[in-house]
Write a protein that binds this ligand. Sequence first.
Ligand SMILES: Cc1cc2nc3c(=O)[nH]c(=O)nc-3n(C[C@H](O)[C@H](O)[C@H](O)COP(=O)(O)OP(=O)(O)OC[C@H]3O[C@@H](n4cnc5c(N)ncnc54)[C@H](O)[C@@H]3O)c2cc1C
Length: 251
Amino acid sequence: MVEARLAHEGVNVHRGVELESVVAANGRVAAVVTRTGQRLPCDLLAVAIGIQPRIDIAREAGLATGRGIWTDAMLRTSDKDIFAAGDVAEVLDPTGARRTLDSLWSVAIAHGRIAGANMCGGSEIYRRPAPFNVTKIGGIMTTLIGAVGTGGREGDLVTLARGDSSLWRERLDGFAVAADTGDNHLRLVLSEDRILGAVVMGDQALSRPLQHAIREGLDISAVRGRLKEHPAAVAQLLAELTEPKVTVAAP
Ligand SMILES: Cc1cc2nc3c(=O)[nH]c(=O)nc-3n(C[C@H](O)[C@H](O)[C@H](O)COP(=O)(O)OP(=O)(O)OC[C@H]3O[C@@H](n4cnc5c(N)ncnc54)[C@H](O)[C@@H]3O)c2cc1C
């Protein structure tokens, strides 16, 4: 869908292609050559390298690091007097099950608040909400909520987002259902009884209710079968689950 929109704007997308070399002429970039030997003329080259936290100082100081600076759920590093927060922090969840690097604005703010409180003697635990991001690509409004990966081609979806969450890239024990209606695309990742994540492209009416259902871990067992068959009906199905049941007493 994005590709079609970009093509309409005159942008050619070469998927699954790696650069071999950059060709310069008169001190300027003139072309790139791909691994397959194709030469693509260009006068501007932009390179996206993903998220790479600068952790040299921490590593040299002897702190434990991985992709980021390792912290516990209180944002303490391996030196209990040093805290890390934001893009550089790779945080252990309170269950100790996994570390996550969330390079998102809202996460950096929440980390900063908790690290600050704990530096002052507090003992606050960081519990990550489902990551959430809104971006626009090829003119299409796109929202990513929660875990959107199941190991297929969703890498394409994940790299649409600005900011990043390692949860988006994780291969989860869930399965995806999708619906396309006109210019809109909806993708839901479902477990047995929860919606784990969603990608909402185009009309954003579903974004809020889905964010709520994912963050609150709403039990969808009662409507899961119908949701699987008709993902586009998710709003009505969620409403069924959340609306108070009215019982009319017999006269
Ligand atoms: C182009 C772009 C678009 C983005 N869009 C979104 C978005 O739409 N939504 C979203 O949620 N997130 C987005 N993000 C991610 C978001 O900006 C970051 O997650 C957030 O800024 C992280 O805050 P931070 O304080 O951890 O790090 P930063 O904002 O990077 O702040 C770190 C600061 O530390 C300074 N610094 C570094 N080293 C040193 C040193 N040795 N001594 C002193 N100072 C130092 C840096 O100069 C910088 O000012 C985007 C990021 C980029 C790059």
